[in-house]
Write a protein that binds this ligand. Structure first.
Ligand SMILES: [Zn+2]
Length: 62
């Protein structure tokens, strides 16, 4: 069984933010890039694409 998901990817090298429909096996556990954040922080980032990309960019450079 596959689940259709919207996959979002940010490449800090190319500075390209892309989205695509992907099929993920139901048994596969996805890594939540915002999983380490508090609920409030995650909600704040999801509301703003600019903040979200800035966060992912920062995370990528670590
Ligand atoms: Zn790239």
């Amino acid at each position: 069984m596959f689940e259709q998901c919207v996959g979002l990817a940010w490449c800090s090298g190319c500075r390209i933010y892309s989205g695509a429909m992907v099929h993920v096996p139901r048994t596969r556990v996805l890594v939540d890039a915002l999983g380490s954040l508090s609920e409030d922080e995650a909600v704040r980032l999801r509301r703003s694409e600019v903040k979200l990309v800035a966060h992912l960019d920062h995370q990528d450079r670590r």
